[in-house]
Design a protein. Structure first.
Length: 134
């Protein structure tokens, strides 16, 4: 049952992200990824609220909590999870681990995207070169 709750929530969050990013992209008229920034910030806000409210404010089943947090927020943006975990470390007084986690997450993720882009570019060129050989 838990897997279905996460799956349904993820599908909903992903669709909302897709629709909202399209609207924001068209409305912004800029190449700056404003839509991604808005989605990451609003997703972080939503997860922070839900984790606190569902953890202390109102009793809900584990399935509903997973649907809303892991599912909807995770489908909407995983950046919200990163943000929540970083704040949790900071508020627990573990600022060194929080700073290390934030720095490592951003640095390694940017590096990984660069490696992925380079690998894709290399593969595309190899396929094109192979296709050009008679």
């Amino acid at each position: 049952m838990m897997i279905w709750a996460v799956a349904i929530g993820s599908a909903f969050g992903g669709v909302v992200r897709f629709l909202l990013s399209g609207v924001l992209q068209r409305a912004s008229g800029t190449t700056f990824p404003l839509w991604t920034l808005v989605i990451n910030v609003t997703g972080s806000l939503a997860l922070g609220f839900l984790m606190r409210y569902l953890g202390e404010g109102v009793a809900v089943s584990a399935q509903v909590r997973a649907l809303l947090t892991v599912g909807v927020c995770g489908g909407y943006t995983t950046f919200s999870t990163f943000s929540y975990e970083t704040v949790t470390l900071f508020t627990a007084g573990d600022w060194k681990r929080a700073a290390s986690y934030a720095l490592a997450s951003v640095t390694l993720s940017l590096f990984a995207v660069g490696v992925g882009v380079t690998a894709a570019r290399t593969l595309i060129e190899a396929v094109r070169d192979r296709a050009a050989i008679p």
